[in-house]
Design a protein around this ligand. Sequence first.
Ligand SMILES: Cc1cc2nc3c(=O)[nH]c(=O)nc-3n(C[C@H](O)[C@H](O)[C@H](O)COP(=O)(O)OP(=O)(O)OC[C@H]3O[C@@H](n4cnc5c(N)ncnc54)[C@H](O)[C@@H]3O)c2cc1C
Length: 450
Amino acid sequence: MKRPTTKGRVWQRGEPGFDAAVLATSFSGRDPGHRPKLMVQANDVFEVIAAVKRARREGLKISVCSGGHSWAQNHLRPDGLLLDLSRLRGIEIDAGQRIARVGPGGWCVDLDNALKRQGLFMPVAHAPDVGLGGFLLQGGFGWSSRVYGLGCEQVIGLDLVLADGSLVHASAEENADLYWAARGAGPGFFAVVVRFHLRLHPRPRFTGMLAQVFAMRHLEEVFTWADAVGAEVAREVEFQILLTPKAMGLFAPGIEVLAPVMTDSRARASAMVDFVRRSPLRRKAHLTTPLLPLSTAMMSWGASITHFPPRMRWCADNLWTDAPVADLLPGLRAVADSLPPAPSHALWLNWHPPAQRPDMAFSLEAKRYFAVYGEWRQAEDDARYGNWATERMQAMAAHGKGIQLADENLGRRPARFMAEANLARLDRIRAERDPEGRFHSWMGRPPAVD
Ligand SMILES: Cc1cc2nc3c(=O)[nH]c(=O)nc-3n(C[C@H](O)[C@H](O)[C@H](O)COP(=O)(O)OP(=O)(O)OC[C@H]3O[C@@H](n4cnc5c(N)ncnc54)[C@H](O)[C@@H]3O)c2cc1C
């Protein structure tokens, strides 16, 4: 979604420009065909409250979007009222208290830039234009989340408009049920977040990245090595592997081993990424870059240009896995061999979560994260590529623990995304807080457990 440049207004289905205005809310260029009856582009919290009350009066279900980056286009549902919050993008930073108050429509890069100017940090998404709203609700694996925690772990409070139109604050002390639910419910949340209150951290003094590139024929060796060293990699290093049809410097299908690192000095960072330079596979690499100092914003914009160009048509899916790497290799090879054209890609993230997280809805993760992102330009290729991500992850699902809501594909492939007990608790809170089912929920639910 572009940054809005006009004042928001109410759109009725059927009026000129309605379709284009609705589709412009979505990062993905696919058109699922659904249209709301009404779209409200809210300019402030009062308009959000008015929209929720109107939906209630008129018996309309509500869908919400902030930055529009849901791969699944979760907010594009039939009929109902679509609430577009992209204009709620205020960012206030209290450096003394180390707290930020942000609107859900703010972009991750805007918050990151504002914090950088004050020597502060919080883990935001890896693409600049991801909306804070959806990112913080679903969990949020951000820059250096292995050190600072998930995006949602930085949330210390939220201002919410509930299904009855009331405006409330939620935190550990107040409306604690909503506070618990908002940290992980993602696209199944049942209230409108109009403001997040976030905990901030001192900014690490050095940020940079080292990359190593291999031809695709080395896939099995690279993943076997990556898995063997993964647990020992410093938490400051966000060790990841991309499978891409056009690898950096190779301009052919290949494997990019990436080691972004954030820490307090270049010397420490260099020592932390040495495991890549000294890997037993290094002589097979097509290239190894030096450790390049790069800001998080530069890395985010770089990823956006090379891997996430706007208005493409997308399919995405993912899995958390603790399975032995040998069991995963056939699936990884099948992904590599079937990648749609560049900039489609697959991401392997060396995650190794901490032993404990706070009690919150987010509750499913594993040592490794694997996600696939297929992209193409033309509508006539929908049939060819549209199910690629679903099919690839379906084939590997037996080796997974479930999925992450960040890259959810629940409408096409229902899968587990939180612990059973947490899902049951979330359902109970929903039934109490949104008894009429005013808000749309996830597009698919995990299969019931016997
Ligand atoms: C290019 C790209 C890069 C990404 N990189 C990362 C990454 O590095 N880390 C990561 O964790 N995720 C990443 N994601 C996934 C992304 O965080 C999620 O898709 C997230 O939901 C997007 O937030 P949004 O506000 O832009 O999206 P939206 O599509 O606006 O929101 C997604 C859903 O969240 C709910 N929602 C959003 N805002 C509100 C609100 N204010 N109140 C109530 N409900 C709301 C709605 O149900 C909505 O349908 C990426 C996605 C893309 C497309």
